[in-house]
Design a binder for this molecule. Sequence first.
Ligand code: ZN
Length: 304
Amino acid sequence: MAESSPVVGVENLEPGVYDTVFVSPHLDDVAFSCPGALHSLRKSGRKVLVIVVFSHAGDDAEAERIYEYRRAEECRAAMRGGYDLVWGHFVDAPFRPWPHRNFMEIIWGESPKDEEIVNTIKEWLRKVIGHIRPRQVVGPLGVGRHIDHRLSYRALRQISNGQGELDLWYYEERPYALIDGAVAMRLAEMGHKAEVRLEEFWRLYSKAAYVVNHLVSRQDRDRCRQNFAELHRKGQAARNDVTPGATARLIETEDCASIWKIVEAHRSQVEAFLGDMDRFRRECGDYTRCIKSDAKYAERQWRL
Ligand SMILES: [Zn+2]
C-alpha cells in the first residue's frame, strides 16, 4: 500500500491516537451519513478513524473486483475528509454463505446464523476499540433496516452494555434517514417514544430512489408496507415507562463544499442510492430545515 494511503492495518493501530471512531457497516455509510461530523472533527484538529465492517465480497471474484473499486472510492473519501480507515474484512450480506440477496431479504430477513456474526464482530470491535481507546464511538442507528446495519448496531449495543464508560452515539444513516418518519420509525421499533404517521411515511418511502430501484414487485411492496405497520405496532406495544429516552445532538457546518466532496467520492454508489448529487443536496437541505431551521447543513446523532 502506498505511503499516502489512509488504510491502517489493525496491527498498526496505536492507543490514544484517535479522538473519534466511526463504525461504517459498508464502504459508503459514514461518508454518506456523517460528512458534516467528519469535516467538523477534522477542522477542530481531532483525529478520526472509520472502521468499515463489511468491506469485502468474499469468494465471489467478480463481486470482489467491484469491492476493490469501491474500497478505492472510500480511500478517496477518506483523503478528502482527512480520516484513516480500517477494513473489517467481513463479507457483505449478498455474498455470505447464507445470503440476503434481494431487497426484501436484506431489509426484513433474519437468519439464525446472523447471531454468530453479531458475536464475531462484537468481539472484534470490542478488541479494536478497547485497544484504541477513543474519546467517543459513533455507530449506525439502523435506519433503513439493512441487515448489516442492524447487526452492527446490535454488536455495538452489546459492547456498550458491558462497558459503561464507552461514550457511544448512533448516527442516522443516509439516504434512508432523509425520508420523513424513517428515524421515528426506527426509534418506535426499538420501543422509544416516537410519533410515526404510517401513511405519510409509506408515501414518501415508496418514492425514495433506493426503494424505487430495488423494491420492484407489487407483492413485495405490499408485504413491505404491512411489515412496517406490524413493526411499529409491536415496538409501541412493547414500550413501557422504563424504556430510556433517546436524546439527540446536532452537528452543523457551513462548509458544504467540503462535505459534498466526501459524498461524491463514492461515485459508483451515488446513482444507485442517492439518485444523483443534486437530489441528495436538495434532500439534505430539506432535512436540515426540519431539524434546525436556521442551519445551512445539519446531521443528527442519538444516544439511546
Ligand atoms: Zn450500508
